[in-house]
Design a binder for this molecule. Structure first.
Ligand code: B12
Ligand code: SF4
Length: 562
């Protein structure tokens, strides 16, 4: 705290306008990397900055889908303030230090989740040293840690929604409409040992209609962080507003597919159906990847989902015995099968270590999860995370384990609480086995998504609604040759894991051949062996410990050199 002038608003949570208002220079940064390695700041090799390889396809070796996602929270804040603002994403410590010393920042905002609290502490220390007059604002899920004020040296600790907070801090109208930044959903995508080319429009745009979820499941950190049961923050209330935003992204990013970052998009049926009306009227053949709970999905017919362009759905399967209202008596196996038959890729999500799990029944429950045959499957340990009702309950029952580093509380390592029947060590064994079992029984996710695409294409290629027809035709034309070639390599490579699945891959390849045009039909002869070679090369690299890191990105808005 050396040379800082005392600030009247240094009480965490108290929002007082910054003296410079919208003239204040802001630096918004995510926590520093590298991420996929073990270090004293909390990086962990099992916790890379990747969605799929971290928590979905991590047992799939060279078939694992690798990609990075930007830090959308700070991008959203940047787009909604009129002050000069820099976003620094995935910096190294050197990048962060350089930016702090090259420019005089009045406000330094750091965004983080709980596991990265050690990095936040270090970044606050760096700001105090390198830019003493800057006010430090820390936001994001890290602020749910009890006693965070004592762990880090920040002037403001912002819990919950950040755009309105920052606007208030700068003296701007916090209720002004939200401006959606153009966000390309993923970058540096890699699979089977090759990096996919990054063409404008080839990757979906991320749309963020809301934060939080009103369902309020007891373990859910995003729901709790934005108000808990019955509450959430809507950025775009109506289907009309959403349509306008999507149209704007379509123009700016030249996309026709969208990754909708809303915890339970389909729950708001009125909004979704109005969006569909607008899409129909404007003849938009868009595709959408959405999160939705089973009870919300059941509010729609398959036809409505397909017309809406839902092509990828992330849903919690949990255990039928867990009693979560979001499942509401739904047979999730029937539902996921039906969705896939309509060309909708399903990403299931299953929790390992629920209260009723025991070493005797957990294998059966994992087998049940795997039997859904979803295109992707995320497994996560039941984890009481600070800020959630579950954490509160476990703490009151004295069941939280002491001395578990925050960096290890993320659901992909070991329990952080005392489970009635499963030990901490066994929790990891069951989790790892679940990932492996899903891979072994169902094959690479790339095979599964191509199977779902083909099912959708066969069902909808002659559909009367041209928007729907166009969508499947577009994907089939773009991908059939590539999928057939990948299937060729997968069939060969997967023989050593499960010969039965390898046979199924072969059968699918034959079907693709029948449905493809001449060029796509010829492709596997050349591309197949090449992909097999890159796949095997990637396996060797991974065995030698190869990891991937996101690139550092710097973006300035409203900027004028001082
Ligand atoms: C995209 C994403 C990722 C991306 C990373 C993006 C990145 N660049 O960091 C990937 C896929 C790599 C990822 C990885 C992980 N993630 Co993640 N991720 C998400 C996801 C799906 C979306 C985040 C998002 O953009 N939301 C929309 C934006 C608008 O909301 P927001 O980020 O919360 O920001 C708002 C406020 O928090 C606040 N705010 C945020 N930052 C700041 C900064 C300032 C200065 C201020 C004032 C305000 C502020 O204002 C914003 C606007 O309101 C969330 C779930 C969710 N629905 O949010 C999980 C989530 C954030 N991830 C989570 C976890 C646990 C992980 C992993 C540990 C995975 C794992 N093993 O389980 C890894 C960690 C990787 C690592 N080494 O750091 C948890 C965090 C739990 C917690 N309480 O800390 C979440 C909430 C998922 C969950 N429900 O469990 N993740
Ligand atoms: S339905 Fe999903 S997002 Fe909503 S509270 Fe439950 S776990 Fe969280």
């Amino acid at each position: 705290m050396e040379n800082r002038t005392p600030h009247p608003a240094s009480t965490p949570g108290c929002v007082e306008k910054h003296p410079k208002g919208t003239k204040a220079r802001i630096l918004l940064s995510s926590v520093f990397g590298p991420y996929a390695q073990d270090d004293e700041f909390g990086s962990r090799s099992i916790n890379p900055m990747e969605l799929y390889h971290n928590q979905v396809t991590r047992a799939q070796g060279s078939f694992s889908l690798r990609m990075f996602h930007r830090s959308w929270g700070i991008m959203l804040i940047q787009a909604n303030v009129s002050a000069p603002c820099t976003v620094l994403d995935f910096p190294t410590q050197d990048d962060f230090a350089r930016e702090l010393t090259r420019h005089q920042y009045d406000i330094v905002g750091i965004s983080s989740i709980i596991i990265n609290v050690g990095k936040v502490r270090e970044m606050c220390r760096m700001v105090r040293k390198l830019s003493p007059p800057s006010r430090i604002v820390v936001g994001g899920h890290v602020t749910a840690i009890p006693g965070i004020e004592k762990l880090i040296d920040a002037d403001h600790i912002v819990r919950g929604e950040g755009v309105s907070w920052m606007r208030r801090y700068l003296g701007e109208d916090e209720d002004a409409p939200i401006k959606h930044p153009p966000i390309v959903s993923g970058l540096r995508t890699r699979i089977m040992g090759i990096r996919l080319p990054e063409r404008k429009g080839a990757t979906a745009a991320t749309i963020i209609p809301s934060v939080g979820c009103p369902m309020g499941c007891n373990f859910c950190t995003t729901s709790a962080f934005f108000g808990g049961k019955g509450k959430f923050v809507n950025f775009f209330e109506s289907g009309d507003e959403l349509f306008e935003v999507m149209q704007q992204m379509e123009n700016e990013l030249k996309v026709n597919s969208f990754f909708v970052m809303d915890e339970n998009f389909l729950l708001h049926r009125e909004r979704a159906m109005r969006l569909l009306d607008r899409m129909k009227a404007a003849h938009k053949s868009w595709t959408m990847s959405v999160f939705a709970s089973a009870n919300a999905i059941r509010k729609y017919t398959m036809q409505e989902l397909v017309e809406l362009g839902v092509s990828w759905l992330w849903m919690g399967l949990e255990s039928p015995r867990a009693g979560y209202s979001k499942l509401n008596g739904t047979d999730t196996r029937d539902l996921t099968r039906e969705l896939r038959e309509h060309g909708i890729r399903v990403q299931g999500s299953t929790i390992i270590g629920l209260e009723h799990h025991t070493p005797d029944n957990i294998i059966m429950e994992i087998e049940h999860a795997v039997s859904h045959g979803t295109d992707f499957h995320q497994f996560m340990l039941y984890t009481p995370v600070p800020g959630t009702p579950l954490y509160q309950q476990m703490a009151e029952e004295g069941r939280m384990l002491r001395d578990v580093d925050y960096a290890d509380i993320h659901g992909q390592f070991k329990f952080n609480f005392k489970h009635a029947a499963i030990s901490r060590e066994d929790s990891k064994r069951f989790l790892d086995w679940a990932f492996w079992r899903d891979f072994e029984m169902n094959g690479p996710s790339l095979y599964r998504i191509s199977r779902t695409l083909l099912a959708g294409w066969k069902r909808y290629k002659d559909w009367p609604d041209t928007r729907v027809r166009e969508r499947f035709t577009r994907e089939m034309h773009r991908l059939s040759g590539i999928y057939s070639s990948a299937l060729w390599a997968m069939e060969y490579q997967f023989r050593k894991v499960n010969s039965e699945v390898s046979e199924q891959i072969r059968a699918l390849r034959t079907e693709f051949r029948q449905e493809s045009g001449i060029i796509s039909r010829a492709m596997p002869a050349v591309l197949g062996p090449m992909l097999l070679w890159t796949t095997q090369r990637e396996e060797r690299r991974l065995a030698q410990g190869k990891t991937y890191e996101p690139p550092t990105i710097l973006e300035r808005t409203n900027w004028m050199e001082a």
